[in-house]
Each structure stands twice: as C-alpha cells, then as structure tokens.
Design a protein around this ligand. Structure first.
Ligand code: ADP
Ligand code: MG
Length: 600
C-alpha cells in the first residue's frame, strides 16, 4: 500500500478508540465533566447496556452558548492552559478529548444552559459535525445524550460483551464516582430501573451503606490517617474504610482506591492494603476497602493513560507505606469488639448471645415475642414520666469550638413507631430498621460524654444542696482512691463524716438522676478493679453513667422523642453498637422483606 494521509474521520475514530473503549468509558467521561462543572446532582440513564442510550444530566455550571461547538473540538478544554498546570490539576478532565471522541463514535445531542446566561442551547453532533443548534429554555446544567454508540465502528461493536456485562461495568463506574464524591447525589437507571441512588450527604459512610448494605457496612472500620507534614517526606493522607478481617472476599475487586478524588487501579497500592492484613486473613482471601489517598498534585502524574485509570507516583514507596500503615492501624485498633464485650460481662453477665450482634439476620428476631405482655408493661411504665429528649437539632453533639457538624453515619431514618415500648421502628432508604432505644441512647450519651471529656471540658454541674450519700467505709475509700478520675469526669465528692460523702458536682448529664443509684453503680464498678486488657477506668465509669441515664426498655417515647433520638444516633461515630458492643440496630432490607413475604 502506498503511503497516504488518513482522512480526518479515520484519525478521529482511532483517537476515539483510546478514550472510548466501551459504554462505561462514555459514562466515566460524562460523569467527570459533570463533577468538574460543580454539579451536586447527577442522573445517569442507560438503555441497552449503553449501546442504545446513555444520558447524563447534571446541575453544574453549564456551557456558554458561544462555546458549545468548541466543547466538541479535539483538544479544547476549559481546564488547562499550560503544561505546568498539570502539576496543580484538581479537575478530573484536562485533555479536551472526551466530547470529541464520543461524538466521533456515537450520535450525541447536548442541551445546556450556563448558570450566568438566560437562554440555553441545544445541539446535535454527528460524525464530528455539529448541526441543529438552537436556543432553548433550560435550567442551569447540562444534559448529554449519546445514542447508537459505535454505530460506525463495527469492529468495536463486535468486541462488546453481553448487555449485562456492559451494565455491570457502568454500574461500577457510577459507584466509584459516588464513593469519591459523597457530596453529590447520584442516580443510575438501567432501562428505566433504578439501580443506584445516593443521597449526597457528604458522608462516605452513607454511600458505603448503599453500596454494601448494612450487614457488610457494620464490618467496615474507619481509616483516618492525615498526612504527616515533615521536611523531605511526601505527605500522604489516607482516609476511608477497610473491612474488619471477618468481612473478606475471594478476589481483590472490592479494594477500591482513589487518588485526589480520582478512581485508580494500582497493583502496588492494592498490595499495600492486602499486606495490612498480614496474618489476619487466610490465603486467597482479600479485604473490602474504599480508600481516599490525598497527595499533593505534583507528587502524582495522572497523564499516563488517556482513560486516566493509572497514575504514576513520584514516590511510590511513600504511598505504599502510608496506605499499609493506615489500614493496619485501623484493623488492629478497631477490629476487636469482643474486648469491650468482656469488660461488660462482669457486672451484667455476658451478652445474651454473641450471634445476635449479627445485624440484618432477621431470622434471629424472635417473631413470637410476646407483644401483648410487652405492651402491658409499657402501659404500667407509662405512669412514670418519660424524660423528654432534646429535639432533633437543638442539641448538637459537642465538638471543638468551631468544629464542623458531625458527619452522618447512618442513612436518614424516618420513625414509624415503637414496639413493646423498647424498640423504635424506622424506615430508611433500603428497608426497615429496628432500633433498641436503650442501647441507642447509651451510645449517644457515651459519645457526647467522651467528646466533652476529650476536649477536657466535662459537663459539670454544681449541686446546690450538696446531697449526701451513705456508703460503707471501704466504698468511701475507693471513691477517694479514684478521686482524680472522677473529678475529671465532673463528679466531685467530699468526705462528710464516716461512711458519708457529699456530692459537690456531678456531670450535667446525670444532674436529674438519683445520686445513690449512680454512685452505687460506680462504686461497684471500681470495686471490681481493672482486669488486664480492660479499658481505662474512666471509660468504664462513663459507660456505667450512660447505662444508668439512658432511656430504659419499657419506657414509652413520644414520636418527637424517638425522632430526636434517631437524629442524634445518625451522627454518632459508631451508631451500630452500644458502648458495650451490643447491636443498636437491626436492619431488614427491602429485598429481605419482599422475600419473607414471598414476593420474590
Ligand atoms: P475536558 O473535560 O478534558 O476538558 P471534554 O471534551 O470532556 O474535555 O470537555 C470539553 C469542555 O466542555 C470542558 O473543558 C468543559 O468546559 C465543557 N464541558 C463538558 N461537559 C460539561 C458539563 N457537563 N458541564 C459543563 N461544562 C462541560
Ligand atoms: Mg472531560
């Protein structure tokens, strides 16, 4: 064959092949554009595994009417001007290739309205040529529709897998971006059926619950290792979640890595995660992890591959070490809830059943629970006034002076009612939730108390009448011995005659509680002494106080009280267990409900 210049359209198709390998690559590029445009809501509708239709709508900045055609030109971008800009790149796109490539291999139509302009623009692009441009009324944002993908590249069409495979790839892509951008609401539909929906709360935990379900999310441990800033060291921050060893899989596909908000595949860093579980997982088993790696942009080259799934680190060892350490620390420190259980065992006996900590195993909820008798009990208890709980947002969980509001760790739950005056029935995005009111309140109080304690500002309340409490001399001795610890927690006592103490101040939380009961409980805890491996004495005292102050099982709560309690639980760091390690929530997914009722 003699040498000839390729035609423009062949060049375009070859170049497009680099960016657009399959329908999921189109979704990826369009999602990146939406995110770069600052969208807070992104809707992806897919038909026929993406071959027939891909439509991505966003509420981002939109494109100015005068720039619409240019957006489809190759190497036209609003995100990069100079090669040095690559070093400070914070956007996902920068090559200015995606729209050009996609429109070379599919029928594209675009509707967009820039947020500073009054009229929007609609345009069609086929075979790289723009047609039918017209002004339209549209809300700010962009809708891009891609139809008949690869209609003009039969070779590529042949290589596409079954619709189900392409669907799966698309779902993976959308899930990845939902994880990387928890502040954005994502919705994905395949052939009109919604398969993914995130709520955009900004909490990674919320997205993870959507993705993994409660059952698995319960086994995820938080990883939080901010970058160490030291001269000559690459600062690498590592955040996210990694599974406790009891949640694992037969392959590595659930180890998901993000570098500066970009999903990447990197076998070395993946190996660092696996290494962190050394001796904790059997051979051939791999953890589940979602990790956000933050690194200065100039420490990472994202310009390795057109689809940008690979990156090159300037100092790969630093990244490897940071990830391995961060995950290891999380796993070692948090993965042994049984230790807390043991601490609890002494006074109240072991938790009824360790198996019952298995959330979501609905078979374990005794369905033959004698509801009537529970109701009777409730009515009796109703005679006592239920303490009013602070309403929804009035009481924020204490935090640093200007600290941000605690992130949500549970999906938004709507209270439906109360069962047996002990359990709150709530509805969430993925089914029904049963909350143990006592355990949940214990958790809330515990975290409030610990936050104040950590900030060294115990919620102390002076007692005016200086109540006295009668105790045995040895008990008084014990209280003396631990006077410092007790005072740090807000409980100040003074000897007052033999076997008597006077209460000078109490933690505000227990101001209304019976001092005899609280102090009696604390004394019996102190008397037990710390056994090796048990938590600090302060921790034990706080747990005791919380247990005594928390609403009890059998206490009738008003709707507002329940909603207030749930709102606070939603922002606890570890909402799924009480401070003693017992579960606070049972979850029955919509799927399970359907199955139980024989609808599936
Ligand atoms: P890149 O993202 O690398 O800049 P693209 O071809 O993906 O290249 O997009 C070209 C340009 O079109 C972008 O730089 C951006 O200015 C504009 N653009 C594309 N999609 C959107 C969108 N959803 N919202 C706003 N602007 C967009
Ligand atoms: Mg782009």
């Amino acid at each position: 064959m003699k040498i000839e210049r390729l035609t423009e359209s062949v060049v375009a198709k070859i170049a497009a092949g680099e960016v657009v390998e399959r329908p999921a690559s189109v979704v990826k590029e369009l999602l990146e554009n939406a995110i770069d445009a600052g969208a807070t809501e992104v809707h992806v509708a897919v038909g026929g595994g993406g071959r027939r239709l891909i439509r991505v709508s966003d509420n981002g900045s939109g494109i100015r009417a005068g720039e619409v055609e240019l957006a489809f030109a190759r190497h036209a971008t609003s995100k990069l001007r100079d090669i040095d800009d690559l070093d400070t790149m914070r956007t996902l796109g920068f090559r200015g290739e995606a729209l050009a490539s996609i429109s070379a291999v599919g029928h594209v139509s675009l509707m967009t309205c820039h947020r500073d302009e009054t009229a929007g623009t609609q345009i069609r692009v086929e075979g790289g040529r723009t047609t039918n441009k017209k002004a339209v009324g549209a809300p700010a944002g962009t809708v891009i529709t891609v139809e008949n993908l690869f209609y003009n590249v039969p070779a590529r069409l042949k290589f596409l897998k079954a619709d189900t495979t392409e669907k799966r790839h698309i779902t993976t892509v959308v899930t990845n971006y939902a994880l990387a951008y928890p502040g954005v609401r994502f919705r994905l539909e395949h052939d009109g059926r919604e398969v993914l929906h995130t709520n955009g709360t900004g909490a990674l935990a919320d997205v993870l619950v959507t993705m993994l379900g409660y059952e698995d999310f319960k086994h995820m441990l938080e990883v939080d290792a901010p970058a160490e800033v030291r001269a000559g060291r690459t600062p690498v921050g590592v955040y996210g979640y990694a599974s406790a060893p009891d949640l694992n899989r037969g392959d590595r596909t659930r180890i998901m890595l993000f570098v500066n908000g970009r999903w990447v595949q990197d076998s070395k860093v993946t190996y660092a995660v696996i290494q962190a579980y050394h001796s904790l997982l059997m051979n051939g088993r791999y953890p589940v992890a979602v990790l956000m790696i933050d690194i200065p942009p100039d420490e990472v080259d994202v310009n390795v591959h057109p689809t940008k799934a690979e990156v090159r680190f300037r100092n790969p060892d630093a990244v490897f070490t940071a990830v391995q350490r961060a995950v290891r620390k999380a796993v070692i420190e948090q993965a042994e809830p049984t230790r807390e259980m043991r601490g609890f065992g002494g006074a109240d006996g072991p938790p009824e059943s360790m198996a019952s900590t298995n959330l979501g195993r609905v078979e374990q909820v005794p369905l033959n629970m004698p509801l009537e008798s529970a109701g009777q009990y409730a009515r009796q208890r109703d005679l006592y006034a239920a303490p009013t709980l602070p309403d929804d947002d009035d009481i924020a969980i204490p935090e640093g002076p200007d600290g941000p509001r605690r992130p949500r760790t549970l999906p938004l739950l709507r209270v439906v009612g109360q069962v047996g005056a002990s359990y709150i029935v709530a509805e969430g995005p993925s089914g029904m939730y049963l909350v143990d009111q006592h355990a949940a309140h214990e958790r809330i109080l515990y975290e409030q108390f610990m936050a104040a304690y950590a900030a060294q500002e115990p919620m102390r309340q002076m007692t005016l009448d200086g109540q006295t409490v009668q105790l045995s001399p040895s008990d008084v001795g014990l209280l003396h011995e631990f006077a410092d610890e007790l005072s740090a927690l807000g409980l100040e006592l003074e000897s007052f005659g033999p076997g008597m103490v006077k209460v000078l101040s109490v933690p505000a939380m227990i101001a209304d509680a019976d001092p005899h009961a609280v102090i009696g409980g604390i004394v019996s805890d102190l008397a037990r002494g710390a056994s090796p491996g048990e938590q600090a004495i302060e921790d034990r005292i706080v747990k005791r106080i919380c247990k005594q102050v928390a609403v009890k099982a059998g206490q009738v709560l008003s709707h507002e009280e329940m909603q207030g309690l749930i709102r606070q639980l939603e922002r606890c760091e570890s909402p799924q267990t009480c401070p003693h390690g017992r579960p606070t929530i049972l979850h029955m997914s919509s799927d399970q409900l359907a199955r139980e009722f024989g609808r599936k």
